[in-house]
Design a protein around this ligand. Structure first.
Ligand code: OGA
Ligand code: NI
Length: 200
C-alpha cells in the first residue's frame, strides 16, 4: 500500500486508497473517536497558527481532537501504521519527514470547510496531508465530499467513505469540504519536515 501511495504522489501529487488499513484498526479508531466526542473532548477547529488563530465557523465548522501515541493502545497502533507510510515516503522521496501530527475531526450537520491550502502562511513544514475516513454506509446525499482542486478550477469530489485514505502534497492542492447533511467523521494529519521543539 505505502509504495502505491508513494508512486501515485510522484505521478500526480495525490493518492486515494480504499484498503489501506485493517478493519479492526479502523473500527477501534471510530469507537474511540465517538467516545471522546460524546464525552465533549472535542474543540472548535481553528485556522492559522499562533496569534493568528481564530475560531471562524464561517470558514470551517468541524470539531477536532489532537492525538498522541500515548492516548491509548488503539491510537498507538494507528501511529505505528501511519508512520510506516511516513517512513516509506521519506525513503522514496529522500526527504526527512520527522513528525506526524494528527487529529480526529467531526463535522456536525450543516458544517463545511471552505477552499484552503494546508500550509500556513510563512510555514512550509507540512509536506503531505493524509485523511482517513470513518463513515460507515456513507451515501453521496450526505454531502461532505472532499473537493480536491487538481488544476485551478478542475477538481475531483471524493466521498468520505469508511476506510478510504486520501493523501496529497500539502503545498500544491487547494481543497474544501462540501457542506455535510449528517455527521461526518475523519482522522486527518500531516507528515512534517520539522521536529517538535518543546517549551522550557
Ligand atoms: C483539513 C481538511 C479535509 C477532509 O482538515 O485541513 O481539509 O476531508 N480536511 O476532512
Ligand atoms: Ni485541509
Amino acid at each position: 500500500m505505502a509504495l502505491r501511495v508513494a508512486n501515485e504522489l510522484l505521478e500526480s501529487g495525490y493518492s486515494i486508497q480504499t484498503d489501506a488499513f485493517p478493519a479492526t484498526l479502523l473500527n477501534n479508531l471510530l469507537t474511540s473517536c465517538l467516545e471522546k466526542y460524546n464525552e465533549g473532548e472535542f474543540h472548535q477547529a481553528k485556522i492559522g497558527q499562533g496569534l493568528e488563530q481564530q475560531k471562524i465557523t464561517k470558514i470551517r465548522g468541524d470539531k477536532v481532537l489532537w492525538l498522541s501515541p500515548t492516548d491509548s493502545i488503539e491510537i498507538e497502533h494507528f501511529f505505528t501504521a501511519i508512520n510506516a507510510l511516513r517512513d516509506e515516503l521519506s525513503n522514496f522521496f529522500r526527504i526527512s519527514l520527522r513528525r506526524t501530527e494528527a487529529h480526529f475531526a467531526v463535522y456536525p450537520e450543516g458544517s463545511f470547510y471552505k477552499r484552503h491550502l494546508d500550509q500556513f502562511k510563512g510555514s512550509n513544514e507540512r509536506i503531505f496531508t493524509f485523511i482517513i475516513y470513518l463513515n460507515e454506509n456513507w451515501k453521496s446525499e450526505n454531502g461532505g465530499q472532499l473537493r480536491l482542486y487538481t488544476n485551478n478550477e478542475e477538481f475531483i469530489d471524493i466521498e468520505p467513505a469508511f476506510g478510504k485514505l486520501v493523501c496529497f502534497r500539502s503545498d500544491l492542492f487547494e481543497h474544501e469540504v462540501l457542506k455535510v447533511h449528517t455527521k461526518r467523521i475523519s482522522l486527518t494529519g500531516w507528515f512534517r519536515a520539522d521536529e517538535l521543539i518543546p517549551f522550557g
